[in-house]
Design a binder for this molecule. Structure first.
Ligand code: ADP
Length: 309
């Protein structure tokens, strides 16, 4: 294994399910070591399929996949040992305590007792005082943290978090974010799938966006934000306005309040100046204007719509 191999390298990865459903179509992707990487895409884009292939739960039908330089076909044991996956579902055996859950998992990975880090891991996810409580008495947030600890018993260099904050309250989400940040600061490679674009924008240094089984964008987060073709300007008029005039380049108008509109426009066809000029020319008196930086949601909608149109 070359020491500089990326944490994850996919080349032409394909998955066609039994029923003929093509979930991954020539996916080539590299996750550099030490990156906090976001994998985004609408439902059905193929994210779970990709993760499940890396976790050894789904068999690919084409292409290659490597984890930490280990090919999942030629070196499945090492590939598997290099990755920890935190699944979406909070599935546990209710009769095991957190301590037993981690010990059992360590056993599955063949980690000798002397090398286990059970208490240390429980401490890291703030479950030390619940070490011997039954799993069924844990709250949803505690279960989520236990799953994270479980994915880390074999000290993998790569951690995949599949929708880690789905259904999690804001306070716990913040805690999880802090924790992900601290793992990343320690050098861990982390791949995060999330529906919360704000979360990806906030946490991830690099983001890949999938749609219909393909990677349609893969860039540093900052660069990606600059890709938004659609921009937005919020305009307040001096009087109630029923509708805005037709202006070429406007893609969408939202009414925020009686006199207040969010106008989305295609920056390749229209500038904010020209847009405001045309509104004035149509007899609308503008009393206030705010322009907004594109956020990841703009980029996401832009890209996923553009490529499917
Ligand atoms: P995501 O995680 O991005 O929502 P998935 O990987 O779950 O996407 O799904 C990608 C596509 O593959 C979808 O069209 C989905 O219906 C299909 N798919 C997923 N799992 C199976 C399966 N076990 N059998 C058949 N088709 C599947």
């Amino acid at each position: 294994m070359p020491p500089d191999a990326p944490a994850i390298r996919l080349r032409g990865l394909e998955k066609v399910y039994g029923g003929g459903q093509r979930a991954l179509d020539q996916v080539s992707l590299e996750v550099p070591r030490g990156t906090l990487f976001g994998l985004l895409g609408p439902n059905g884009a193929g994210k779970s399929t990709l993760i499940n292939i890396l976790a050894g739960l789904v068999t690919k039908t084409g292409g290659t996949a490597e984890v930490w330089g280990f090919d999942i076909d030629r070196n499945p044991r090492n590939a598997k040992a290099s990755i920890g996956v935190v699944p979406q579902e909070l599935l546990f055996d209710a009769f095991f305590t957190p301590f037993e859950t981690l010990e059992l998992q360590a056993g599955l990975y063949g980690i000798p007792k002397a090398h286990r880090r059970t208490l240390e891991l429980l401490r890291a996810v703030q479950l030390e005082d619940k070490a011997h409580a039954y799993a069924r008495t844990l709250s949803g947030g505690m279960k989520r943290r236990l799953l994270i600890a479980k994915a880390m018993v074999h000290s993998p260099p790569v951690l995949i978090l599949d929708e880690p904050t789905a259904g999690v309250d804001i306070e716990l989400r913040q805690l999880l974010w802090d924790w992900v940040r601290s793992l990343h600061a320690k050098g861990m490679t982390i791949v995060l799938t999330t529906h919360y674009l704000e979360e990806a924008q906030e946490l991830c240094e690099r983001i890949a966006i999938m749609n219909h089984g393909r990677v349609i964008a893969n860039a540093p987060t900052r660069e990606l934000l600059g890709l938004a073709r659609e921009k937005r300007v919020d305009v307040m008029f001096d009087a109630n306005t029923a509708a805005l005039p037709e202006i070429a380049g406007i893609t969408r108008v939202e009414r925020l309040a009686e006199r207040h509109f969010a106008i989305h426009y295609d920056r390749t066809r229209l500038s904010a100046g020209a847009l405001l000029g045309q509104l004035s020319a149509a007899g609308l008196a503008i009393v206030d204007v705010t322009t907004r930086e594109a956020d990841l949601e703009d980029v996401f909608l832009d890209l996923t719509r553009r490529r499917t149109a």
